[in-house]
Ligand binder design. Sequence first.
Ligand SMILES: Nc1ncnc2c1ncn2[C@@H]1O[C@H](COP(=O)(O)OP(=O)(O)OP(=O)(O)O)[C@@H](O)[C@H]1O
Ligand SMILES: [Mg+2]
Length: 463
Amino acid sequence: MSNKTLLAIDVGSTSITAVIAKNNPDGKINILGTGTSRSEGINKGSITNIEVASKAIKKAVNIARGSTSEVIDSSVISISGAYTKGLRSLGSVNVPNGIITETEINQVMQMALYNATIIPEYEVVHVLPIFFKVDDSKDVENPLNMNGSRLEVSVYIVTAKRTALTNVKSALKAAGIELTNFVLDGYASAISLLDEQQNKFGATVINIGGTTTEFVSYKGSAVVYNGFIPVGSNHITNDLSVMLHTPPNAAETLKIKYGNLLKLSDSDELSIKKVKIPRIGDEQSTTEVSLDHIQTIIHARVEEVLVLIKNKLKNSGIQENIGAGIVITGGMSQLSGIKELAMRVFENIPIKISNPINIKNGYMNFDDPTMSTIVGLLFYSLYENRTFELDSNKNLMKKAVKKEEIPVSQATKQTVVKEEKVSENANTKEPLEKEDTTRLPTLSKKDKGRGMSRFWSKVSEWF
Ligand SMILES: Nc1ncnc2c1ncn2[C@@H]1O[C@H](COP(=O)(O)OP(=O)(O)OP(=O)(O)O)[C@@H](O)[C@H]1O
Ligand SMILES: [Mg+2]
């Protein structure tokens, strides 16, 4: 395991968070410094002013640097799905020595990338395996050290508009930061949230921030889709400000203090409660507005965001396969009643509101939904025990082999069992056919009936 010092930066539209960290010898993440700054020059996931954004990034990074003298070896930054496109591809290679090593895994991933039709003005950010196939055994999760003569892979590729990436690089360069890797915001959030159970069955992770909503769908432990909507919690503030003629800071306070998506009953005292708010242009005078009215405005916007996500998932074919549930994070997930509203919108798909896995340290509270992306960036870069994948430099990220990892023969058996249990895998066609669409085939009725009821009861246990 590397013990290099990492600088991770989450460039959100509300705030910028920088963390300097490295791995302790025991494998735990050691936070050396943290810094935050108010976000400027960034809107809806894109850099709108390089100079201003660069200053804001530099401020957060300098605060983090203030608490450590360690030299930074590499840096990683989150990028928004605002300017990404996802596509699928396939690769296959011969295994000359009969045993699969990292060389063949790298070759097959590079081959899948080579076979993909990437739009000229786009660059690769991630090449993520959906499944490997060794000779005739399908759905191999980790082919390392397996015996076979042919290795195939099906991948999900995330690409991003070159100009948008160049703007991020320029802003970092102006702040004196050498960039190493880009990581998709939604993917980072998912890494920070999903536990082993969810990773086994798959889930859709939705990060609703200030001006963006990013989501990533997993099928089993593989990413199969990523999406984006340019709407977030700031839109609620804006709606309240415009409709109630109150300044944005008063609208933000109303949202945080009184935001509640659970319908108040008529007998509830709060339903007749009135709140005094300042008026735009004449802030000395106040008007009274009913709590019920405030909550109706908030409810309308949140419902709209959730319906937009649902439609995106539906149009990409993901919703048919979503069975494993939805995990919501990001600043807006703190709104009371969002779980109940999401359950209604997504028609009883299990919903969980989640904070990132807590990495305890004395500097910053990471047990907070606005920290999902930054925690994911740390896991992405410092934990090696994940999938084999190509990073934004097209380098293979290695998977650390754990001692308790299953031996070759058992590993093959296990994948067969898994296939029987969750038989909705869209990619069990044979032979592998090239697919360049992100639309997933839907579950057949027969398949749904067979494995799903057991699967559903399992899923409901942990949501
Ligand atoms: N209790 C709450 N209810 C609703 N919204 C909230 C609450 N607390 C914070 N927020 C909102 O969460 C947003 C900040 O969340 P977050 O830090 O996840 O966004 P960001 O990462 O900066 O933005 P983005 O991801 O869109 O670029 C702000 O709009 C803030 O008003
Ligand atoms: Mg964010």
